[in-house]
Design a protein around this ligand. Structure first.
Ligand code: AMP
Length: 735
């Protein structure tokens, strides 16, 4: 598009500022440039970089400014009308060029593969279809709804239930996982131990006049993105500054974020009123358990904690064997400050989580070989930091080279890839992005997100993290119940163990009320520290010893503690297992699937675009339709017999005997993604039409239900059964 506009321009285009000279004798205008650099084909090319385009734009804008100056001057000098008109024409042409380059730049900045306008228009069509066909509905709509809460309508419920049953089959069944179902209401102590009570916060700002709340980082992010997309005159230093902010957004402290909002003069988006300073807002919905109000609780923000607190029983159930995994599907609640992006950021959503418990000293996985040959888009840290894009990488190699921390983590990354692509997610718009060190919790060994590209950009849909032993240790400390595993040695092993025996009597005499704190500090010494204390006591008889809980040092004498290394026989090793956690946001996956499955095709008469969801049969909300070709009692009877047979085979279906044109009936069900349509056009055999190819085969009435079941359950593909049955060439055609 840009190329067309530029080449059709009546004026030469230069990339350096143009100086327009007024020649006093011939009274004509010449565009001069210090160095003539026409806009080259590289700059027109679809892959013109953002930097190139910004450079071209800045130069063109300068030309516009210079030419505007010329026009003003001519007008001020009351120059001849023809000369003024020629200068104005020249200015208009330059402005067209500026706007063409600006558009191209905006497209490049907003995404790869299409401008934000295109993406929004596409999204609008998808969302309109989804809402019109009741895939989902804003909750409590007759009361104007509540932001961030959605209902799934009939086809949405069916898709969700199919996604969850595939999840159970692909993960729970495949790995013999132990599935649990824990309450959503959770006592405070559990979420205090996990860190959610203190740290599960986002920074919020308030409109100082209306009290409306916004997520501070979202306002700053939107500001930077909009500037980069829309302000084509930004100097390169400013571009770099805004990009840097986007890169470190998650790392900004409360004060830094507040300072940036002030520096850029960011105000409340709806009213333009000033904003408060940012402050942390805890995202959990608080409640109290029971009528007394004395037992605080929260609606769980994730399902994982229910599994951790049950570790001891699950370990027992699994015959005290590691590794094993537990799984849970359930609702999670997060009081998002400003929910947006439809199903992608909501206040109640379904999570499907796996906690795979493994020996920290052996994170190999026996089934890793099954996925090692997979190759898909990965976005490791190094590529992100060097400004490159995600690359196709072999999974086995990524683990071998240490890009992915261990085999078990790699195994789950591979299984998640297989699951998502089996659902119908486009593998070219799916990438696995490694967390940068600053994004990861300090205890995590490695984290990757499965990100899916949709009209909102790349969206984190599954988090896959090696959380080491953090969660089990936290609950051990808080509950006092030891959440550990044992490895029994085949033969007892002789080990040297540190034994610290504080003399409570001597310490009591010396430190009275502080005795307990000193004892605890001595017992908490690690081996190196203890040996240092021992050496000092042996050489000097006493040591100055810092006790954190007292906030001061005390003098420890030789008679107050005995420290020795003793040989002991050990029958087992006791350790806290590591946890590898794949965590699936089901609503996000489903929304991306909707976008990836959606397409339009022209109607037969070419006067309208028909919507289609190309769901794989396993995911499709309804597997087939039954349509009598024409209104006839005989055909209606056959349709009812087939419907009964489908019901007894457990195949969801719609029977439509309205007699509307067959094409219209196909179009209505294509729009909710029904993959197969049975058309009754005789009393002995029927046709089956496949949604995307529109191919039809002829099958006997007795066989039709079992054939549909075979393809709907995924035992055979449409291509497989096409061979077995005659094709129906005089097709019942689409509208
Ligand atoms: P997290 O525990 O924050 O890593 O979230 C786990 C998964 O839940 C993410 O990968 C998302 O897919 C999903 N998720 C998180 N927050 C929301 C939300 N507000 N709405 C919908 N899905 C969410």
């Amino acid at each position: 598009m840009l190329a067309t506009v530029l080449r059709s321009s009546r004026f030469p285009v230069y990339s350096k500022p143009i100086v327009t000279l007024f020649h006093p004798i011939c009274r004509r205008f010449y565009h001069l440039s210090a160095v003539y650099t026409p806009l080259t084909p590289q700059m027109d090319a679809a892959d013109a970089s953002e930097e190139t385009l910004r450079g071209v734009l800045a130069e063109k804008q300068a030309s516009v400014d210079a030419q505007a100056g010329v026009v003003r001057k001519l007008k001020a000098e009351a120059a001849a009308k023809a000369d003024i008109e020629a200068a104005v024409e020249s200015l208009k042409a330059l402005k067209i060029e500026v706007s063409a380059v600006a558009k191209r730049l905006q497209a490049v900045v907003s995404s790869s593969g299409g401008g934000s306008g295109d993406r929004e228009a596409f999204r609008q069509v998808v969302v309109n279809t989804l809402e019109r066909r009741l895939f989902y509905i804003p909750s409590f709509k007759i009361y104007r709804g509540v932001a961030g809460l959605y209902d799934y309508g009939p086809p949405g419920c069916a898709v969700k239930s199919n996604v969850l049953s595939l999840w159970r089959q692909h993960f729970v069944l495949e790995e013999n996982m132990l599935e649990v179902d824990c309450p959503c209401v959770t006592p405070e102590i559990v979420l205090k131990a996990s860190g959610h009570v203190d740290k599960f916060t986002d920074l919020m700002v308030k409109d100082e006049k209306t009290g409306s709340c916004y997520r501070a980082d979202h306002l700053l992010k939107d500001f930077c993105k909009e500037k980069l997309e829309k302000d084509s005159t930004l100097p390169s230093v400013k571009v770099a500054e805004l990009k840097h902010i986007l890169a470190v957004l998650d790392d900004l402290s409360t004060e830094e974020l507040g300072a940036k909002l002030k520096e850029y003069g960011i105000t409340a988006p709806d009213t333009k009123n000033p904003l408060s300073d940012p402050y942390p807002f805890n995202l959990m919905f608080q409640t109290s358990i029971g009528p007394s109000g004395l037992s605080p609780g929260y609606m769980r923000p994730e399902t994982a904690q229910g599994i951790f607190v049950n570790f001891k029983d699950l370990y027992y159930y699994n015959g005290y064997r590691l590794p094993f995994a537990a799984a849970q599907i359930g609702q999670a609640f997060r009081n998002e400050i400003s929910p947006r992006q439809g199903l992608l950021r909501v206040r109640e959503f379904t999570l499907a989580e796996i906690e795979h418990f493994v020996d920290p000293e052996d994170k190999s996985h026996p089934k890793f070989v099954d996925v090692a040959d997979l190759e898909f888009l990965m976005f490791p840290r190094e590529l992100q930091l060097s400004g490159e894009s995600a690359k196709l990488i072999n999974l086995g190699e990524a683990v071998r080279k240490g890009t992915i921390n261990n085999e078990t983590l790699g195994y789950f990354i591979g299984r998640v890839y297989l699951f998502l692509t089996r659902l119908g997610i486009d593998k070219e718009r799916l990438r696995f992005r490694q967390h940068l060190p600053n994004e990861m919790a300090h205890y995590a060994a490695d984290c990757w997100d499965a990100e899916i590209e949709c009209s909102y950009g790349w969206i984190e849909c599954v988090g896959i993290a090696d959380r080491s032993a953090y969660d089990l240790r936290a609950h051990t400390d808080k509950s006092g119940v030891s959440l550990v595993a044992h490895e029994t040695y085949p033969e007892p092993r002789e080990v040297e163990k540190l034994v610290i025996t504080p003399s409570k009597k001597e310490l009591g005499l010396a430190f009275k009320g502080n005795q307990k704190m000193v004892v605890e500090a001595l017992e908490a010494l690690n081996q190196a520290e203890a040996l240092e204390v021992k050496a000092a006591l042996e050489s000097k008889g006493e040591i100055e010893f810092g006790v954190c809980t007292l906030g001061k040092s005390v003098i420890i004498k030789k008679n107050m503690v005995s420290i020795s290394m003793e040989k002991k026989k050990e029958h087992q090793r006791v350790f806290t297992p590591s946890v590898i956690e794949p965590s699936f946001g089901i609503g996000r996956i489903i929304y991306c699937l909707f976008e990836h499955s959606f397409y339009t095709r022209p109607s037969k008469s070419d006067d309208e675009q028909l919507n289609v969801f190309r769901f794989p049969p396993l995911v499709a909300p309804i597997k087939c339709t039954v349509f009598p070709l024409i209104k006839s009692q005989q055909f209606d009877e056959v349709a009812k017999i087939i419907a009964r047979s489908l019901r007894s085979n457990g195949i969801s279906h719609i029977i439509d005997i309205t007699g509307t044109s067959i094409g219209k009936r196909y179009a209505r069900t294509d729009e909710i993604g029904v993959p197969f349509a049975i058309t009754v056009d005789s009393t002995s055999s029927v046709t089956i039409r496949e949604r995307d190819s529109k191919e039809q085969i002829r099958v006997s009435i007795d066989e039709v239900a079992s054939v549909v079941k075979e393809v709907a359950d995924g035992q055979s593909t449409w291509a497989d059964i096409m061979w077995r049955f005659p094709t129906h060439s005089a097709s019942h055609v689409d509208d």
